[in-house]
Ligand binder design. Structure first.
Ligand SMILES: Nc1ncnc2c1ncn2[C@@H]1O[C@H](COP(=O)(O)OP(=O)(O)O)[C@@H](O)[C@H]1O
Ligand SMILES: [Mg+2]
Length: 430
């Protein structure tokens, strides 16, 4: 059933407000799984809450409520994707999205051929497993916002039946860049975000993850028939027009490699048949307005032209900048303080605050400057390596279960040195 008001009209309103320089503030309201509260009632209570807090500064989250209704039904109310500046909630345009999370976790798309043949992983969106990924990913220059705007515009055009012969666009996204830079995570986060933002247009989302690598290791001998069968399953999901379906083809370079190997005669020609079957099926499903195809590649050069040509949105995702590294570390340290592994809790400054203070050393800035030096040293490590680093620091260089922030930062410093040495050794070996 289509909900009372249309998000796309809401988005037009949003575009108009952007043009007229009014700020749109996105508010995501996570409702408890078993709550039966009506969305409109939740919205009204959230509006009352927001009315009581005229000014906020950037992103903000409420998890405790005086209002009994909110306390009973709502997990959190979050102002998201805001610039880091004061927001006047009275004069901005509020875009409120009420949602619950599917907690079923991952399932496999079963092809009913052989028991152990898992074609793809499958989630219902918004998924509990994907919650928080969007916020955890740090990129510069508004990369996340651009991607989100781009994909929501393509869905909007499709929904409005804009003739694609007159205005060319499609809904295929390609994220490429070195391994460990968050491409797969970003695809999941993007799908989650869109299923929340578009929840008044689509009742729910489907996320199907096809791992190209396992597809080839398992299916070489099985020819393209299994691919066809897998896409038939996906087609069944697409047939429900209330669902927004995301298909992720991860690490498409495996397809390219397989195709090249087959051309060179070192792999059976089955490989070509499988790749071609995937491409044909992709072309079939991308005609449907409720489908978004996400692809990733760990190599930037030599991506199969078949994929490059099909993708409308091509985005390079590189290793994090010093600022991004600093914020990733900051979020890790916050978590360790929350869990009381680092104790007592101490306030760390943000990079912006340090900059404003001209990086002057004082009692207040000392530990934050120490963290900045660690971030500078960590340049070149992937996002994946950075998120592992605090764990390594604790495992290798901390003697007691609970430590002070200063001791932990010293351990992190040593862990970065070790990582960098290992990286250099690896390069020398190659
Ligand atoms: N820019 C980033 N900001 C925060 N975390 C990141 C970033 N890049 C990578 N990560 C972390 O690294 C892990 C691996 O990312 P993944 O999506 O598998 O990378 P890729 O698909 O590019 O190899 C993720 O869990 C993510 O938390
Ligand atoms: Mg990946």
């Amino acid at each position: 059933m289509r909900a009372g008001f249309n998000l796309f009209e809401f988005q037009i309103l949003w575009m108009l407000t952007v043009w007229s320089n009014a700020v749109t503030v996105y508010v995501e309201v996570l409702v408890k799984t078993h709550s039966t509260a009506k969305r409109e009632d939740v919205k009204n209570h959230v509006l009352t809450l927001l009315n009581r807090h005229r000014m906020v500064f950037g992103d903000y989250k409420w998890v405790e409520f005086d209002d009994d209704f909110l306390a009973k039904h709502v997990v959190s109310v979050a102002i998201v994707d805001a610039e880091r500046q004061p927001i006047d909630l009275k004069s901005c345009c509020l875009s409120i999205h009420v949602f619950t999370l599917y907690e079923d976790g991952v399932s496999t798309l079963n092809l009913e051929v052989e028991e152990d043949l898992s074609a793809a992983n499958h989630w219902l969106l918004p998924a509990a497993e994907f919650h928080g990924i969007w916020e955890s990913l740090v990129y510069e220059n508004g990369v996340k916002k651009q991607l989100l705007d781009y994909v929501s515009t393509t869905i909007f055009f499709s929904d409005k039946n804009v003739d694609s012969n007159l205005i060319a666009w499609n809904r295929v996204v390609l994220l490429h860049g070195p391994p460990g830079t968050g491409k797969t995570s970003l695809c999941k986060a993007l799908a989650q975000k869109l299923s929340i933002r578009l929840s008044s247009r689509y009742s729910y989302g489907q996320f199907v993850e096809i791992n190209s690598h396992s597809l080839f290791s398992k299916w070489f001998s099985e020819s393209g028939k299994l691919v066809t069968r897998m896409f038939q399953k996906i087609q069944q999901l697409i047939d429900d027009k209330e669902a927004l379906v995301f298909v992720l083809i991860d690490e498409v370079e495996s397809l390219t490699a397989a195709r090249n190997a087959a051309k060179a005669g070192t792999e059976p020609s089955d490989a070509i048949r499988v790749v071609n079957a995937v491409l044909t099926q992709l072309d079939q499903i991308k005609r449907h307005p409720n489908v978004v195809i996400l692809t990733t590649s760990n190599v930037t050069e030599k991506i199969d032209l078949a994929f490059v040509d099909r993708a409308d949105i091509k985005q390079y995702i590189g290793p994090p900048s010093t600022e991004a590294i600093f914020s990733i570390y900051l979020s890790c340290l916050e978590e360790l303080m929350k869990c009381q592994i680092i104790y007592p809790r101490q306030q760390l400054l943000t990079m912006l605050e340090l900059e404003t203070m001209g990086f002057q050393e004082s009692n207040v800035s000392e530990l934050s400057l120490m963290l900045r030096n660690i971030a500078v040293k960590s340049k070149g490590l992937s996002g994946r390596a950075l998120r592992k680093l605090p764990f390594l620091a604790h495992a290798l260089f901390v003697e007691t279960p609970t430590v002070t922030l200063e001791t932990f930062l010293q351990a992190m410093d040593r862990a970065v040195n070790k990582q960098m040495e290992e990286k250099a050794n690896l390069v020398n070996c190659v």
